[in-house]
Design a protein around this ligand. Structure first.
Ligand code: BT5
Length: 256
């Protein structure tokens, strides 16, 4: 069960609701969408059923990591939707830079990695708020201070802010930088749509020109990344010379 601390008004453009423990901050937002302020940020110290994409799980031990969901009105224009994952990824990059972690890159669609070690993941879901208004739930998990044992429990290489920064970083500092950067990017997208964020987002990827395998639900594509479209899709030149655009999938880098 969740234990809700008193909602605190943050200097960020949205109230932060701080939970001690919860199954998943995304699930919490979906359950409480009718009563939560919108926008708001739901933060937890621990998730007992943190989730990733496609039924995968997000390792969320109790401690100093960031497990948060930003509840927002879902943009009306389709052209604005891809701005959500872009804003989340860019906010993560900005927050890492703010605390002195350099070298992070965006692995399409919106993982943040340092070399091949994952430090942040994003899960975007939707729900209905008051008056059946459609809302977006932007879930962000960033490892701040994972023990070596917790990192080792993850089935892929993973890292944390403290491991990379080599110094103590306060969770409040990281959180504040992340939220401020998210809302700044989101604000930019209000007028310019995803196109306003796409150049920076695409430049922060290391996949351009790389040979990749993309796992889709029913097939696996092999090809070279030629571009990132304004709508956030990945443009691939396949081995047979044909071009494909994919909107979601899991990318595996092939050796250079
Ligand atoms: C993601 O999924 O990367 C989305 C993760 C979103 C987590 C946040 S936490 C707050 C909010 N509430 C939630 O319940 N979720 C969101 P995906 O791309 O499917 O990656 C999942 C994979 O990342 C797993 O299968 C592991 O290989 C790896 N992984 C799991 N936990 C990790 C961690 N803490 N750090 C790094 N990698 C992890």
């Amino acid at each position: 069960m969740t234990k809700t601390d008193t909602p605190t008004q943050s200097p960020a453009p949205a109230p932060i609701i701080h939970l001690r423990t919860v199954d998943s901050t995304n699930a919490y937002c979906q359950r409480r969408a009718q009563e939560l302020p919108c926008p708001c940020v739901v933060l937890a110290d621990e998730q007992t059923a943190g989730r990733g994409r496609q039924g995968r799980s997000w390792h969320s031990p109790d401690g100093e990591n960031l497990y948060l969901s930003i509840l927002l009105p879902l943009p009306q224009a389709d052209s604005h939707l891809p701005a959500l994952p872009m804003a989340a990824a860019l906010a993560g990059l900005d927050a890492l830079t703010a605390v002195g972690v350099t070298g992070a890159w965006i692995k399409w669609p919106n993982d943040l990695l340092i070399e091949n070690r994952k430090i942040m993941g994003v899960l975007i879901e939707t729900c209905r708020g008051r008056g059946s208004r459609e809302l977006a739930v932007v879930g962000i998990g960033m490892n701040l201070d994972m023990s070596a044992a917790d990192l080792a429990a993850i089935d892929r290489p993973a890292t944390s802010v403290r491991a990379e920064a080599g110094r103590d970083v306060e969770r409040a500092e990281l959180l504040q930088a992340l939220i401020a950067a998210f809302f700044a990017a989101w604000e930019q997208a209000q007028t310019g749509g995803a196109a306003a964020l796409q150049p920076r987002w695409s430049a922060a990827s290391r996949l351009l020109g790389r040979s990749v395998q993309v796992e889709l639900p029913n097939e696996t594509l092999s090809g070279t990344v030629t571009a990132f479209a304004t709508d956030g899709s990945l443009c691939l030149r396949l081995r047979d010379g044909s071009d494909r655009r994919v909107q979601a999938g899991d990318v595996h880098l092939r050796p250079l």
